[in-house]
Design a protein around this ligand. Structure first.
Ligand SMILES: Nc1ncnc2c1ncn2[C@@H]1O[C@H](COP(=O)(O)OP(=O)(O)O)[C@@H](O)[C@H]1O
Ligand SMILES: [Mg+2]
Length: 309
C-alpha cells in the first residue's frame, strides 16, 4: 500500500552553501489495513517523510509509491487516494461542524457531501453537536473533526501527523478512539507520533526513525528483541532452593528472586511456563499467580534512539 525505497530529502541549510538531510535513504513497506507507527523525536524528519509520500514535495532521491501510484508520476492520483491530517489543520471556526465538512466535501468533489459528512460525524460521535460552531469545540473534538475532514473522500490511506500532540490526556483519548474506529474499518493508517504509549496501543508495527530508519517491528517484538520476555511467578514464599530449581531448567535464561516472586526470562513463555509451574509445584511451592512483566516501549525506544548513529 505504501512503498518507499532510498527515499531521501535534502533541504538547503540556514547558512549559505550548507544542507540539512531530513530523510536519509528510507526504505519501508506498509501493508493494506495496517496501522503503521512512525515514531521519532522532534526534527526526526517525520513530517518531511509524509509530505514526500503524499506527493506534496518532491524527494531529492529515491522512489515511493502509494496504492500502486508512483510519486512524481501519478501525483494527482496519489493525492486523491490519501487523506492527511497535518500538524495544524484549519477550520472555519464560526461555521458549524457539519457546514465545515460540507464545504470541504464540495471542494474535494466528493459525490455525496451530506451523506459523507453525516457518516463521519456519526462515526466520531459528533453528530449531536453538528450544528455547533467548530470554534466552540474542545481541542479533542476539533481534532476529530479534522480527521473526519481528511476522510471525506474515502482515502485508502490516511496519514496522521502527530494527531494528539498538544492535547490533554482526555482529548488525546477522544482522538485515539477515533483512530480505533478507522482501524476497525480496515483503513491503512500511517501515524506519526513521538508518543510511545500511543504507538504501542494503536499500531500493528512501529518504525523507529531519526533521519534514518532505526528499526521496524511489532511493539511486542521490539520489547522482546531487547529484553527477552519476563514472566513473574508469584509464590507464597521464595527461597534459594526454589530459584535454583527454576534456574536448572535448560530453557531458562535468567532468574531473579524478588520478595515472594521469581522473575524469569524466557524465549517462549506460552510453551515454557507450564514446565516451570510443574517444577515449582514439585519443589513444594504454592504458585499463586503467573503474569508477564511488560517492559515499557519507552525503554526500548530510548535504547534504540541512543544507540542509533
Ligand atoms: N522546508 C524546509 N526547509 C529547510 N529545512 C527543513 C524544511 N522542512 C523541514 N526541515 C528540516 O528537516 C528536519 C526534519 O523536520 P521535520 O520533517 O519537520 O521533522 P519532524 O516532523 O520529525 O519533527 C528538521 O531539521 C527541519 O528543520
Ligand atoms: Mg513533524
Amino acid at each position: 500500500m505504501i512503498e518507499a525505497d532510498g527515499l531521501t530529502k535534502v533541504f538547503p541549510g540556514e547558512a549559505k552553501g550548507t544542507t540539512v538531510t531530513a530523510v536519509d535513504n528510507l526504505a519501508l513497506s506498509v501493508e493494506e489495513g495496517e496501522v503503521f507507527g512512525f515514531l521519532g523525536p522532534n526534527g526526526a524528519g517525520k513530517t518531511t517523510t509524509v509530505r514526500m509520500l503524499c506527493a506534496l514535495i518532491g524527494p531529492t532521491a529515491g522512489r515511493a509509491a502509494i496504492n500502486g501510484y508512483t510519486v512524481g508520476q501519478n501525483d494527482q492520483a496519489i493525492r486523491a487516494s490519501v487523506g492527511i491530517l497535518t500538524e495544524s489543520p484549519g477550520m472555519y471556526d464560526r461555521l458549524s461542524a457539519e457546514r465545515n465538512l460540507l464545504i470541504f466535501a464540495r471542494l474535494y468533489g466528493v459525490p455525496d457531501p451530506a451523506g459523507q459528512a453525516r457518516k463521519y460525524l456519526q462515526l466520531f460521535g459528533l453528530w449531536e453537536r453538528r450544528g455547533d460552531p467548530a470554534g466552540s469545540f474542545s481541542k479533542g473534538m476539533r481534532q476529530k473533526l479534522a480527521i473526519a475532514r481528511a476522510m471525506l473522500h474515502e482515502p485508502r490511506v490516511l496519514f496522521l501527523d502527530e494527531p494528539t500532540s498538544g492535547l490533554d490526556p482526555e482529548a488525546a483519548r477522544l482522538v485515539r478512539d477515533a483512530i480505533e474506529q478507522l482501524k476497525g474499518e480496515g483503513r491503512t493508517i500511517f501515524l506519526c507520533t513521538h508518543n510511545l504509549d500511543e504507538a504501542d496501543r494503536l499500531c500493528d508495527r512501529i518504525a523507529i526513525f531519526k533521519t534514518r530508519l532505526v528499526t521496524v517491528d511489532t511493539p511486542a517484538a521490539l520489547r522482546r528483541r531487547l529484553f527477552g520476555r519476563q514472566v513473574v511467578f508469584h509464590l507464597g514464599r521464595v527461597d534459594g532452593a526454589l530459584a535454583e530449581t527454576v534456574r536448572a531448567l535448560p530453557f531458562v535464561q535468567e532468574v531473579k528472586a524478588l520478595d515472594t516472586k521469581l522473575v524469569v526470562r524466557l524465549d517462549e513463555p506460552d510453551t515454557q511456563n507450564p514446565a516451570i509451574v510443574r517444577a515449582l509445584v514439585a519443589a513444594g511451592a504454592d504458585v499463586q499467580f503467573v503474569g508477564e512483566l511488560r517492559r515499557s516501549l519507552e525503554d526500548v525506544y530510548l535504547q534504540l534512539i541512543q544507540t542509533a548513529p
